[in-house]
Structure formats: C-alpha cells, structure tokens
Design a binder for this molecule. Sequence first.
Ligand code: NOJ
Length: 498
Amino acid sequence: MALSSVFFISILISYYSVKSYGEELNTKKFPKDFMFGAATASYQVEGAWNEDGKGENNWDHITHLVPSPILNNDTGDIACDSYHKYKEDVSLLKELGVDFYRFSLSWSRILPSGFDNEVNQLGVEYYRNLIKELRAHNITPVVTIFHWDLPQTIQDLGGLQNDFFIDRYVDFARVCFREFGEEVKYWITFNEPSSICYLGYGRGWLMGLASSPGIGEYLCDHNLLRAHAKAWRMYDDEFRKSQNGVVGISISGDWIEPSTDSSADLEASETLLQFTFGLYIHPIVHGDYPEVVRTNVDKRSVLQGFSQSRLPRFTQEEVQLIRGTSDFIGINMYTTSLVTPRGSDNISDISFEADTGVTSWKPEEWENSGSSWLKVYPKGARQLLKWLGSNYKGVKLIITENGYSDNNGTLEDDKRISYYQRYLSNIRDAMEFDGVDLFGYTAWSLLDNFEWISGYSQKFGLYQVDFNSPNRTRTAKKSAKWYSKLTRTKCIVDDCTE
Ligand code: NOJ
C-alpha cells in the first residue's frame, strides 16, 4: 500500500476512534431496534420477606441462621424495600430511558407453600401492579421465573437435586404465565444454571449450605434442563397462541482465554467453555450434553468405581423434549479466566473441577473490581459472543446481565462508566465484525442490592441505595446519567459516527 494511503487510513482511524483506558472504542451507534435495559432479582431488592402471606424461601432460611453464613450477618429482609417502593423504581427506570426492566418473581410470594395448592393473591397483585406501572411508562417487562429464591419446603426435599422439582417448577411457571402472560411477552425460565447447580449444590454456597461435589451439580443440571424444556413446551402448548410471547433462559460464565497459544491450552479453553456454556446450550439446541462433558464424566466415574456415570443420561424421549426449547439465549457476562490443562488427574477427586481436566485463574495484575471474582477484561466480551455466535448459529442472543461492582458505592463511579463503555465497545465490535446476532443488553444492576453471601458489601447499582436509612433512599450515580444518555443515543462515546 502506498505510504500516503497508510497515512490517510491512520488519520481516519484516529478520527473515528475514541480511547478509554488506552483501548480504542467503537464509535458506531447500536441499531435503532437494539434494546437496552436494567435488571434486578426478587430476593436481592424486594424485602417484605414475611409480608402479605409470603412463604419462607431458601434465602430467608439461610440468612436467618445463627451464626449467619452471610457477610456482616446481612439479610434481604428489607433489602431495597422494592416491595413498597416499586413505583419509585419505575420512575428511576424512566429516568434511565431503558426499553425494558428485567426482574424476577418470588416463588414463595406467589405460592407460599411452594406448591400450587394455594395462590397468594396479594403476591400476585404486587407483580401485577409492578407490571402495570412499567407498561404505563412504556417499559417492557422481561421476567425471570427463577432467580435463586426457592421455597424452603422444596429445598428441604433436596431442591433441584430431586427430580420431583421438575413438575413443581412447571406448576409454578404455569401460574406465572396464567397470571401475568397477558402483559408479559419476554420470559426467562432460569437465571444462571451453573450458579444454581455448581455454586448451589456442588459448593453449598447458594441454594442451601449442604454440598455434594461432583454429584449434586449434575443431578441439578439434569433436572433444571428438563424443567426448562417442560416449561417451554407447556408455554408452547397452552399459552403461546393466545399470549404470543417468547421464552428463553439466561446462561452465565467467564470467557475462557487460553493462557498461551499452544494447542493444549486452546483445547483446554474449548473444554471449559463446553463445561460452562455448552453444558446448557448444547442440550437446548441439540438435545444432549456436549461430547467432551459426557466423555470426561463417564470416564472418570468408571475409574472411580461408580457403576453409573455421575452425569445422568437423557432418554431418547427427553432428547426430543429438550431439543429446540429456547426462543432466545440470555447471556450473563462479567469477566474472563485464563486456562491450561491440569498436570495430572487425581482420580480420587470427585468434583466438577477435576472432571473438566483443566485449571483456570485470573491474573493478579488484571484490573480489579469490588468482587474478587470480577476482573475487568473487556476483550473477553467480544470473544465470548463470537464463540457463541459461531457455535450456535441462528440462535438469538441477548445480554441479560453485565456490570461492575465497587465496595464504597461512590456516586462518582467513573470506573463503572469505563467498564460499561469498554464492554459495550467490544459487544458492538462482535455485532459489526463477527456477525453476532444480538438484540439487547442489560445493565446489572438498577440498584445497589443484596449480593448473596457477600451481603451489601459489593455494589453494582446505577443508583445508590442508603441501607442505613429506613427510606432506602435512592440516588443516581454518575453512571446512571451516562447510561441514560446511551439509551437515548445508542452511542457509547460523546459523538457517534453513524
Ligand atoms: C449474577 C446474578 O444473576 C446476580 O444475582 C448477581 O447479583 C450478579 N450476577 C452479580 O454477582
């Protein structure tokens, strides 16, 4: 290329690109019909844990234990008090200019016993009012049916590890579609299966405190996938025609970056992606578990002396049942890990980690957030979307969570803005250069809220919440103003090129 044209192109590049933290930002607008939203989840914001007939759930149970396993003995008893302040929340969403609000339903608020023998009308009314308020402000409700709060009656019976869960979940989902489906057109069956199953039943951090590594998570996965598929088919048979909505699921995981470009590290990356994303998306798209997951767990189970694999098998009917049961796939993305194969396999180690055959970590030197698991690595967003787009062609994708935490909840949250900007730039790149079919993006979270076992110590909100005040006063952070400009202009920099 002639020198003059190199010069011209480099001028063009520097003119059209903007920098944040030394990284080039994509200056193209998001498409007109691209949807921007914000999210929360019932237990993390609602409070009113025992009001108006609500039953006890696993989080009420865990947080009330003495001694408490939660940092600072925090509970969600009041949380952001959104049960009483939902109108104010909707006014904040309005101020943000979002197209949609992703929130979740509290199962034990709607079915206090956990079962469908009694529907709590006051609980139903709360969500009806919230949905009505959203619609009055032109904000689309995107509703997660299950975001980690399980009636304690069901958890006591083993929760998702017990296959009786499947039909109980379908019963609950039916009540949700029946009660809210006239007004709700976007449904998410489960939030983050791998957190529920691996952190929940493998590690004992999320659903209850008991753990059964290498066994519990696979029982949970197996039941969750069948519950998801049955609920999707039930919607299809009983509601789709009259309600005309879509039903998907939100899957989470890190982008897994090979630690070197050796073929062993590339293979390790592919394996771990299959054990996190593939474990769920593969059955939903193709009907069964990814081959590497099947092979690894089967092989290690035999060597460990089990007469059957720790990873259960789907019957042929179940393969048919599960295949093709998602109208879209939601992706919760925050961070990246590096990976390399494990040196040797300690066969007595019965665990999910050992089954993967790889080791992953996040380098110390990567930029920190307020959560030890969340290192900032914007390029991972593009890589992950590219991997998903090329492995699951034709699947519609939406980012159902992305966000940044700090510990002080500062209103001058430039680091959060920079995180959003750099992640969104990579997301825009994936759409522009890798042909990824993405129709929306969700900021986690609307509000600072109860961050599970970390209590209120990690703050993800666009709005600060004063947890010391009985009013739970909400105040816009600088990022809320930035996000509201984005929702209006579809542009992540000051001025977009087109
Ligand atoms: C995952 C979960 O869906 C949400 O509940 C949590 O607060 C955020 N990500 C941040 O950890």
